[in-house]
Design a protein around this ligand. Structure first.
Ligand code: ADP
Ligand code: MG
Length: 253
C-alpha cells in the first residue's frame, strides 16, 4: 500500500461559530499532487491553513506521517518545518538579497551549515532559471521572479509536503507560465503537493487527483481526466463552464 504522508480526518473549522469546513476527509500519498478547486470563499485557503497549523480546528484530526498536527501539545514549529507553504504574495525581506532570503530560515531555524545551504540554494536558483540573480534584491526582480524565489526558499527547508495557495493569482499573465512551469518541473521529483489554483489547464496537467470543494464540503474527488470531462455534479459543471468563458475572454483580449 502506498504511504500516506498526510491524513485529514473529519476536519471541522469554524469562524465565529459558523462552520466553514464540514467533515473533511482526505489522504494524500507520498509524491502525489492534489489540486483543490472550488469557487471563491469555499474554504480552500482555510483548509491549507489548517494543514499548516496556522488555524485552530474545531473537530477532527490532521496527521503528517504518524504525527498529529492538531494534537493539543503538538510541537508546532517542528511540524511546520515539515510542511512548506507558498502564498499569493511573495513576502521576501526587501533588505536581504535573494540568496540571503533563501538561506535565512535554514540557518536560523534549522541550524544548518552555511556552505551546504548556500550550495543548495544556488543549485535551486539555477534550476528555476534564476542562476544570475542570487545577489539581486527583491525590488530588482519581476513578480514572477520573486515568486520563484519564494518557492526556492520553501524548498530549501526540505518540506515533506508543499502547499501552494494561488501562487500565480497576483502575477501578470506573461509571468504566470514561468512560475507554473517551475511547479510542473517539481512534480517530476515526487514532491508531495496540495495546490490551490484557478489555472485550469495547469490543474489538469499536474494533478493526480482533483478535490472539488463547495461551501466547505468536498463535493467530488476525481482524477483530472474525469473531473474535466465528466464532472459528477451540476455545481462542478457550472464551475468549469465559468472558466471556459474566461478562456474565451482571454483569447479575444
Ligand atoms: P477560498 O480560499 O476558497 O476563497 P477561504 O478559505 O479564504 O476561501 O474562506 C472560506 C470562508 O471562511 C469564507 O466564508 C471566508 O469569508 C471565511 N474566512 C476566511 N478566513 C477568515 C477569518 N480569518 N475570519 C473569519 N472568516 C474567515
Ligand atoms: Mg483562498
Amino acid at each position: 500500500m502506498a504511504e500516506k504522508i498526510l491524513r485529514i480526518e473529519n476536519l471541522i473549522k469554524k469562524y465565529s461559530g459558523v462552520t466553514k469546513l464540514h467533515d473533511i476527509n482526505l489522504s494524500v500519498e507520498k509524491g502525489e499532487v492534489v489540486v483543490i478547486l472550488g469557487p471563491s470563499g469555499c474554504g480552500k485557503s482555510t483548509l491549507l491553513r489548517c494543514i499548516n497549523a496556522l488555524e485552530p480546528v474545531h473537530g477532527g484530526k490532521i496527521f503528517i506521517d504518524d504525527d498529529e498536527i492538531t494534537a493539543k501539545n503538538a510541537p508546532l514549529s517542528l511540524l511546520r518545518q515539515r510542511i512548506g507553504m507558498v502564498f499569493q504574495s511573495y513576502d521576501l525581506f526587501s533588505h536581504l538579497s535573494v540568496l540571503d532570503n533563501i538561506i535565512l530560515a535554514p540557518l536560523k531555524v534549522q541550524k544548518r551549515n552555511k556552505k551546504e545551504v548556500t550550495e543548495e540554494a544556488l543549485k535551486w536558483l539555477e534550476r528555476v532559471g534564476l542562476g544570475g540573480k542570487a545577489h539581486k534584491y527583491p525590488r530588482q526582480l519581476s513578480g514572477g521572479e520573486k515568486q520563484r524565489v519564494a518557492i526556492v526558499r520553501t524548498l530549501c527547508m526540505h518540506p515533506e509536503v508543499l502547499l501552494l495557495d494561488e501562487i500565480t493569482a497576483a502575477l501578470d499573465p506573461e509571468m504566470v507560465h514561468e512560475v507554473l512551469n517551475v511547479v510542473l518541473d517539481l512534480s517530476k521529483d515526487d514532491t508531495t503537493m496540495l495546490i490551490v489554483t484557478h489555472e485550469m489547464r495547469f490543474a489538469r496537467a499536474i494533478a493526480d487527483r482533483i478535490v472539488f470543494l463547495v461551501e466547505g464540503k468536498i463535493e467530488e474527488i476525481s482524477p483530472p481526466e474525469v473531473f474535466f470531462t465528466t464532472p459528477k455534479t451540476e455545481r462542478a459543471k457550472q464551475f468549469l463552464e465559468s472558466f471556459e468563458y474566461e478562456d474565451v475572454k482571454k483569447e479575444k483580449a
